[in-house]
Write a protein that binds this ligand. Sequence first.
Ligand code: ADP
Ligand code: ASP
Ligand code: MG
Length: 408
Amino acid sequence: MALIVEKYGGTSVGSIERINAVADVVAQSVRNGDKMVIVVSAMSGETNRLIDLAKAISSRPMQREMDVLVSTGEQVTIALLAMALQEIGVPARSYTGFQVAIQTDSTHGKARIVNIESEHVLADLNTGSVVIIAGFQGVSSENNITTLGRGGSDTTAVAMAAALQADECRIFTDVDGVYTADPRVVEDARRLDRITFEEMLELSGAGAKVMQIRSVEFARKYNVPIRVLSSFRKGPGTLITNEEQPMEKPMISGITSAEDEAKVTVRGVPDRPGIAYSILGPISDAEIIVDMIVQNIGIDGLTDLTFTVHQEDLPKSMELLTPVVEGLGAEAIVGDTNLAKISAVGVGMRSHAGIATTMFHALSEKGINIQMISTSEIKISVTIDKEYAELAVRTLHKAFNLESIDTD
Ligand code: ADP
Ligand code: ASP
Ligand code: MG
């Protein structure tokens, strides 16, 4: 008898038929004797619909109220799935994040889980009930409802698996695993049989939304292996784990594109010590995550500093920096959302030279201009004009021959 945590994403619970189909799969596991904890997302499109409702009322709604609003999507699906299970004779109980309790910090909209009280869950499991938990939500120490950021149900599932010391954590979605590129963009992308936490972290951070990055951080920290599976068809999926593969690694495991970043350029800043700190300090104090940073070589005592943030954080970043830039006597501050970040990720990069060159050459052959470049040990990212994002992903997938790599 195993304790299994399964998460079903928005498309997997997107209609009554889909919810009934999930209930049937869960019932099968219960009949096999497994203890089941099920984390669900809101029905597909629901979270966006709720956000649009808020935007129709206010251009900058209070984050506290946003969380009260967007957390309702998951409350609907937990109740419906519990009913669907009860309807076929399987005992089930649903819980919101607050009820569990999934305790988080107070950063509304992107809260971090700090603790999970799992007594209710364990008590229910011991009475033979399926426990259904609302993904994406928690409760702060001030008793406010919080949410964990877009895609946060993945993190709820992995955190529950860690807290319950589950035997398995399965993420059911609308693709049958992690691919060498988004299969919606690259037709001949290949499913990877396994991938390390480290690579998945980089892929998620670089825009592969199949797993939320925080969920992978959690999985690595608590060593929770994850299997990504399709809720529409059977198959082995992709195992995300710590284990190193014995065989030689493919140089590149995946190509990703992130189109939700924005670029802030501070032009004509006096080139002297402390400038980067004066500009980026207020940004990090506001809990805004900065991704790429480039500072040009100074000319005539002046330089430009450019960095990227999430698009949602652009208005706040501009607002914070306007007085700073004036104080520094810089020429201008410019925000730009017309960019895509394209990345190549692979642990095999450590032992191969020339990857950046292959990447730059392939992009130049298509006439795609590179704006910024950043590298880590196992990733190379460039930013380009958003218009060319899909072309760039397909071009690089081909340049690294990913359509024919050995994936197991
Ligand atoms: P869910 O609603 O189940 O959480 P998501 O939409 O968040 O599903 O994530 C699944 C989607 O991620 C897929 O439909 C696919 O288009 C996209 N995706 C992006 N990159 C990848 C990749 N490398 N491998 C698999 N899917 C990817
Ligand atoms: N419903 C939330 C979202 O759309 C959380 C999730 O699906 O994981 O982002
Ligand atoms: Mg998701």
